[in-house]
Every structure is written in structure tokens, then in C-alpha cells.
Design a protein around this ligand. Structure first.
Ligand code: ADP
Ligand code: MG
Length: 388
């Protein structure tokens, strides 16, 4: 399975990581509820997926971000609802607990759960059954729960923002993911991994990492951890020349590692723009079966189609335009406003791309025509904010 091989190969590099991976795999085989603790970007979700893939559970892995919902929505999302349970509930829907039946439910940012929902969650965990909103019929559950937090839940318990009984129930097994700077042996293998991953997406070949870039990567403190490293490499691939990443291609915003000599040039001061999928992580289900994980394309397509269904059901008035605009904006942000790369990623010509960019006000010009390329490249439009 692609995912576990990837995680294994990389987590094994630093001795701390390989010890952690062994612990995770031991835990995975049980059905115990797991609490994954770590700073943002340390790989909590990846670990949760790995726990699922290493378990014997045949059902799906469902990821839910507890911080991304309004109070009233998350209730229905988690537990499901019957027709007419609330205004707008025109159809009965199963919640995420039901959807994860036989599999694993990953509750991300569990520290963001309101007190009211904490009570409900506790009840589900105790009773191992769920009752949809507007229904009385309990539905039995066989769900393995993995929760993640980047806040200190002990402190939250002490401050009475998190129920201690829920905390103890969630932390039957805990996995502490150290920040990237505490496992330096992972930095370069991860960087190379991301070079491979993003080179393929950007249709680049044989990009390597210059010695000065390696030194800079090792000297940095990585406040945004692996996600920041991924981002830095993605950006470096877009701006690097002659198939080699140099230190000046690396945009890092934090400070240098405290324990190392400050031998790194001082150009790491430009703002880093996170791609939208990393700015806002809402909720998504990943493929149910292992066979599907090996071929992500059909599963991704299914997710896309089910999203379209939701849009259609919601009666989105100008669906075609909405989808087109979202696609163009997302790809343009992902490529850090580089038109040549955006066109490549989308598989369209640069002229056609420019027509769309103008239409959506992402670049200047009012003619909307597919005129020849003017140098309205990257830097100029960095201020555009993307909200999907
Ligand atoms: N050990 C690893 N090997 C490869 N990629 C990793 C590893 N850990 C994290 N990543 C990648 O780093 C990014 C952030 O990981 P994620 O699990 O979303 O972090 P968190 O949930 O802690 O914020 C993701 O793109 C993930 O695939
Ligand atoms: Mg996460």
C-alpha cells in the first residue's frame, strides 16, 4: 500500500521516528482509541491513516476536522439526521460515525470541540451506538476512534475547557509526535521525498538539492514542521533553475535553529503563502478499501463527484462558473501564481489560462481575450486570497 510504504520509509530515518513508528504499529493492531498529540504539520493525520491501514479494519477511514464546523452543523455531521430533524433537512443522512462503521473515525483538532459536543461524544464512546438527530433508534457502531490535538489537553482539562472523563477515554493509547527540529535525521529524506512528489506533479525531472540548500534546511527550526518543509520544497521547485535547488530558492519565515551556528544566508524573510488545501482543511473521507488506496485516481474522482452531488442538491445557482472558478483559483494558488506552471498542472494552454484568470479578476486586463503572454508573472499577484 503506497501510503504505509511512504510513511515507513520516511519515519524510519531518525532514530526517534523509527521508535515512534514501531510504537504506532503495535498500537494499530489493537482496537484501542488513540490520541495523537503533536504540533501542527508534524504528521498527525498521516499517523492516523497509518494506524488504520495497519489495523485489520476493513471499513473506511473517515477524517473530520472538529474545528471546521459550526456547533449546529457538527452535530448533524457526526451523528446524522432524519428527514425534517431541522430546517433544511430535506433528506435523511448518516453521520460520520455511521459512515466510519467497520473502519476508523479520525477526529482532528479534538481540543476545539465544544463542551456540549464533548458530552455527546462521550456518550457515543460509552454506549458504542449512535442516534441520528430526529430519531430514537440507536444504531450499533463498530468504529475505531483516533483523535488528534495540537493543544495541551491536560491544560485544557485543568482550565475546565475539556472534560477529564472524555480525555481519559480518548487517551487509552497516546502517540506523541515530536516537532521536526527534534528529529533532524528526517529533514533531508523528507525533503527528497517531497522533491520527488512535487517534481512529478510539476512535470519536472531530476531535480537535486545543492549542498548550500541542504545546509540551510538542516539549520532551520521548522516551526510549521513537515507541512512547512513540504511547502518550502514545492515553492523551491517552482523557482529553481537548471534542475538544482539552491539556498536562495528556499523561502523560510521562521528563525534559524537555536543550537546551530548561524551560517546560513539571510534571504529567508519573504512571506510564505500556504496553498489553500493547507490553509483550510475541512473534512474529507478517504477511500474505503486498500485496493482503492493503491489507485487514488478513481477514489478522488468519486469524492469529486459526491461533492458535485452535494452542490447540485444544495441548488448552487451558477454551479458551472463556481466550479470553474474554484479550480482555476486553487491551481493558481497551488502554483504560487506562476502561470506557466498553472497551465501545465491544469493541462490547458497559457493563453486559455490567462483568459480565465482575467475573467475571475486574478490578473489585470479587461478584454478577457486570449492575448499573447505579457509578463504578468508571479510576484505581482501574491496578495490574492483564496477561499474555497
Ligand atoms: N513521515 C512523513 N512522511 C511523509 N510525509 C509526511 C510525513 N509526516 C507528515 N507528512 C506530510 O506532511 C504534511 C502534514 O502532515 P499532517 O499529517 O497533515 O500533519 P498534522 O495533521 O499534524 O498537521 C502532509 O502533507 C503529510 O503527508
Ligand atoms: Mg492535521
Amino acid at each position: 500500500m503506497a501510503l504505509s510504504i511512504r510513511a515507513k520509509a520516511l519515519l524510519f530515518h531518525d532514530p526517534r521516528s523509527s521508535a515512534l513508528l514501531e510504537q504506532v504499529e503495535r498500537i494499530a493492531r489493537s482496537d484501542a482509541t488513540v490520541l495523537v498529540i503533536g504540533e501542527t504539520g508534524t504528521g498527525k493525520e498521516l499517523i492516523a491513516r497509518h494506524i488504520h491501514s495497519q489495523s485489520e479494519r476493513k471499513g473506511p477511514f473517515i477524517a473530520v476536522n472538529c474545528g471546521a464546523f459550526s456547533e449546529s452543523l457538527i452535530d448533524a455531521e457526526l451523528f446524522g439526521h432524519e428527514t425534517g430533524a431541522f430546517t433544511g433537512a430535506t433528506q435523511a443522512r448518516s453521520g460520520w460515525f455511521e459512515a466510519a462503521n467497520g473502519g476508523t473515525l479520525f477526529l482532528d483538532e479534538i481540543g476545539d470541540l465544544s463542551m456540549a459536543l464533548q458530552v455527546k461524544l462521550l456518550r457515543v464512546l460509552q454506549e458504542r451506538q449512535v442516534v441520528r438527530l430526529g430519531s430514537r433508534r440507536p444504531i450499533p457502531l463498530d468504529v475505531r476512534l483516533v483523535a488528534a490535538t495540537n493543544v495541551d489537553l491536560h491544560k485544557a482539562v485543568a482550565a475546565e475547557r475539556f472534560r477529564s472523563d472524555l480525555f481519559y477515554r480518548l487517551s487509552v493509547a497516546t502517540v506523541n509526535l515530536p516537532p521536526l527540529c527534534e528529529r533532524p535525521g528526517d529533514i533531508l529524506p523528507l525533503a527528497r521525498h517531497f522533491i520527488g512528489l512535487y517534481s512529478a506533479k510539476l512535470k519536472l525531472e531530476n531535480v537535486d538539492l545543492g549542498p548550500d540548500a541542504e545546509a540551510a534546511l538542516l539549520a532551520y527550526e521548522w516551526p510549521g514542521n513537515i507541512r512547512e518543509l513540504e511547502n518550502v520544497i514545492h515553492y523551491a521547485l517552482i523557482v529553481c533553475r537548471d534542475g538544482s535547488i539552491r539556498s536562495e530558492d528556499l523561502r523560510m519565515v521562521g528563525t534559524l535553529h537555536r543550537s546551530r551556528p548561524a551560517s546560513v544566508p539571510s534571504q529567508y524573510s519573504q512571506p510564505l503563502q500556504l496553498p489553500p488545501e493547507q490553509q483550510q482543511r475541512h473534512l474529507h473521507a478517504v477511500p474505503a478499501s486498500r485496493a482503492e488506496e493503491v489507485q487514488p485516481a478513481p477514489a478522488l474522482r468519486q469524492r469529486l463527484e459526491s461533492l458535485f452531488n452535494e452542490f447540485i442538491e444544495a441548488g448552487e445557482p451558477v454551479l458551472f462558473d463556481t466550479v470553474e472558478e474554484a479550480l482555476i483559483r486553487t491551481a493558481y494558488a497551488w502554483c504560487h501564481q506562476n502561470q506557466v506552471q498553472t497551465a501545465k498542472v491544469l493541462g490547458i494552454s497559457r493563453n486559455i489560462l490567462r483568459t480565465h484568470l482575467k475573467r475571475f479578476g486574478l490578473i489585470g486586463g479587461t478584454d478577457g481575450g486570449a492575448e499573447s503572454s505579457t509578463p504578468a508573472e508571479s510576484g505581482q499577484f501574491r496578495h490574492i486570497s483564496i477561499a474555497l
